[in-house]
Unconditional design. Sequence first.
Length: 287
Amino acid sequence: MPLYRPPSEGNNLIIQATLGCSANYCTFCSMYKTKTYRARPLDQVLADIDQAAHEWPTASRIFLADGDALTLSMDNLRAILNKLHETFPGLTRVSAYATPKNLIDKTVDELRELKTMKLSLVYMGIESGSTQVLKRVIKGASHKTHGMALDNANAAGLKVSATVILGLAGRAGWEDHIASTAQLINNHPPTYLSTLQLTLDEGAIDEFMAEQEAGFEFQDDDAILLEQEQLLKLLNPPKPVIFRSNHASNCLPLAGNLPRDRDKLLDIITAAKEQIHLRRSPFIRGL
Ligand code: SF4
C-alpha cells in the first residue's frame, strides 16, 4: 500500500504486478513517493492470480497495478497475461497505467501482441501538451514524445484513457498550456479524455514550486473554468473522443462526446461561470 486505480476500475479485480512507479519524479504527483519502484517477482504475481481466482473465479476485467505495469518486460507481461487468460475463462479486458515512455519503449508489434492477449486499455497521464509546462513539472516527456506514445498505442489498436491537469501552468502560462494540449489531442486523439484540477498534497508544494518561475500563481475555480472552456473550444479531434471531468478534484463535472457535444458542454460551463452554486464545493471534492 498505498494502492491506486482509476475510478473506472472500481468494480474490477486488481493484480499488483509492480510496486510504485518507474518514473516517480513528477513534482505534482505524490501517489508513489513512499515506494521504491520494483517489478514483483513473477512467481508471486502468478500465485496472487491463483488466489484471486479462488475468491473471484468469474472476474472479467482486470487492472494491473501499480503506477505503470506496462514498464514490465515482454516476457513478464506475456507470462502474466497468459496466466490470466488460462485462469479466468470470462476474461474480457486487462488494463494498466502507462507512462509515455512505456508506450515508446515497446514496438507497435509488441503492443499489438499485448492487445491480442487482452491488454486493451492503458491509462496515460498527458497532463499538458506544452513541452515547457511538462519540463517544469519534471514529467520526463514532451509534446513530441506524447504524440509518439499516442500514435504507437493507436497503431496497435490499444484504447488510451488520457488525463490533462487544468491549472498546471498557473496564471501566467495557462493559454499556452491549453492551446498546446488541444493541438496534441487534435493530432493524436485518445479514446477517452479526462480533465483534472491541479491539487497538490501539502508535502508536495515545495517540490512543485521549486521548479516554477518566480511569481507562479495558482489558478482559482473561475480561472479553471476558463481553461476548461478554452480547451473545449479548441478541441476538434478527427475521431470521436469520450470526454469526462468527473474526477473528485473538478469544480464542474462534465461528460460528453467530442466534438459532437461541445456546444452543450460549453453552455454548462457558461452557466457555472455565472452561478457559483452550480459548482461542486471544495469540501466535497476530496481536496
Ligand atoms: S509517471 Fe504518473 S504515477 Fe509516476 S510520478 Fe508521474 S504522474 Fe505519478
